[in-house]
Structure formats: C-alpha cells, structure tokens
Design a protein around this ligand. Sequence first.
Ligand SMILES: C[S@@+](CC[C@H](N)C(=O)[O-])C[C@H]1O[C@@H](n2cnc3c(N)ncnc32)[C@H](O)[C@@H]1O
Length: 323
Amino acid sequence: MVGEKMRGGELSAGAIRVTPTAVSPVSRASREIAIARWGWRDWVADLVVSLIRYATRLGYRAASRRNVNRAWAWDRFNPVPYFKHNYATLRKDDRQILMHVRDFFTAHFDGESIQDIKRRRLHGLDIGSGSNLYPALTMLPFCDKITLRDYSPRNVRWMRNEVRQPHRSWKSFWRVLAKSEPYGRLPGGFAQALRTRAVTQHGSIFELHKNHWDIGTMFFVAESLTMERREFDVAVTRFVESLRDGAPFACAFMRNSSGYRVDVRDFPAVAIDELDVQTCLDKVADKVHVHLIELKNSGTPLRDGYGGMIVATGLRRKFSPLK
Ligand SMILES: C[S@@+](CC[C@H](N)C(=O)[O-])C[C@H]1O[C@@H](n2cnc3c(N)ncnc32)[C@H](O)[C@@H]1O
C-alpha cells in the first residue's frame, strides 16, 4: 500500500503551477516590438506589460490556492476502493513497515510490564487514518485509548464501522505484529481491544493541540494532502508537536510521489525523499531514524509515479526552556 497509495493519477507536482515572472525577456521584447511596429507610446506599452504581469500574478495566486490542502475535495475520497487497492491483502512493503514500527514500539516500552503501561493510561493518535487500520494496530497494546482522526467525514464514517467490525485482511497484518510479545499477549486479540479503545474523530492535522498525545502514527498523510512543500513541513511539525515531550512516534511516506487517484478522483502529493523527512523531523524530534523501502524490495508496485516508501521513527523532542 502506499500513502497516497493508489494508482497514479494524471497530476504532477508542477502540472498546474504557474511561475510568476518579473519583467521577463519575452515581455520586454514584446514591448519593444509593439513600440517599433505599431508605434505604441512608451506609457501604453508599459501599461500593457503591467496588466499582463498583474494577470499572471492573479493566475499564479489562483493556481497556488488550488494546490493547498483545503482546496481538495476530501469528502470525495472514497475509502472503499482505497481499502481494496491498498489493504485487502498484506503487501511486502507494508509487512516491512509493520515489522519496523512493531520493533520500535516494543523496544521503547521494553522493561515495562503491560500492567505498568496500562496504569499510565496512554492515549494514542493516528492522524489521517483514511481506510488504514494498521497504524492504530501498532499502538494497540500500549494504549488505553486511540484517537483515529481524519479530515474527510466519509473516511471517519468508514473507520467508525471498521473498528467495530474489522475486515478479515487485518488478521494478516496483526499476525506480523503478534510475533512480538506485547502484541501476541493482548487479551482477547486485536478486534476486542479495538472496539473498546479506538475512537474516531473528524478534524484536521493543522488544528491539532500541542503536547496532547502519548504516542502517535501518521501514515502517508503529510506528503499526500497537498501540492505545497510548505504545507508538508507544517503537517509533519504539527503532528510531532501534538505529542507530549519524549513521546514515541512512527510515520510513513510515499517517496517522490506525483499524486494519486482514488476511484475516479485525483488527489495531491508533494515529491519528498528520505533527506526531506530527516531534515523536517530533526527540527522537532530526537533519535530520528529514517528507513527507505526501495521499489525493488516492495513487491508489485502499487501504481506509477512513486519511488518507494519511507518509514521514520523518533521521539518528540523534550521541551527545553533554554533553547
Ligand atoms: C493517502 S491517504 C492516507 C490514508 C492512510 N493513513 C493510509 O495509510 O493509507 C491521505 C489521508 O489524509 C487525509 N487528510 C487530508 N487532509 C487532511 C488534514 N488536513 N488533516 C487530517 N487528515 C487529512 C485524507 O482524508 C486521507 O485519509
């Protein structure tokens, strides 16, 4: 599966971008031609060039507005085909991500008994859940409560049913997790724990409260909700800052994605790579570990227009008043 795990759409990161021009050589040449050939006065030529520049800027702003997160029709994101395409069976790349995150959370809580962890009543967050249950499954043994939050009301409705009656395919995801003790020993298995611990919520990553959750996951979200690089950075930062000091987190990203299609609709992406993820997380987190799952190790590619998957883990940086 892939964040914007779906078959490649026709979008490309630059497809609807218009670059604003200062006085370009073309406008300057046209101005000279207009003066020479049609005898325009200087001020008329200047006025026409200014009007063209103004219209170009308006076009640029309009195009930019179309690229941002809130401009996309998230309620048209259809969770059913998205689930079928990505999670109806366990893919090779998802298996690797599961193992990676399982080992990270297990090591983080190593030395604490499940009873001790339970007493701490940890509250987990999975942001941008879509129709993917496995990020929440990776947090299940450690949490008293897990909030699954998505911006799309349609995804929230889908997830509300899913946590009550999970599809059979999640069993193969759970089997990978259950090889590690905290998961394997979960009383009643994952379905019962999900029913009692998971809550769904409508909301945006950009409106998360700071210092709230004790553990978090964000899978294929920050790079798959916008075409604006700045929004990717803000989304990653907001996610990590929504966790308490020292809280462990795991996130996954599509590498160099050019956008994706769900059913008949295109959705946006920002093309990012391992270095972008590392740089962005290093600003707000400690012990950041970034791992690339290359396409050649991913099994059948999920779609065109991406270059593997990235999984990252770390700890929310402890607040230091001296910094
Ligand atoms: C590519 S899907 C990833 C879904 C899922 N996490 C997965 O691993 O497959 C991107 C998800 O981000 C959600 N999303 C888009 N904008 C968001 C926002 N501002 N806040 C939270 N979620 C958002 C979409 O509704 C969608 O579920």
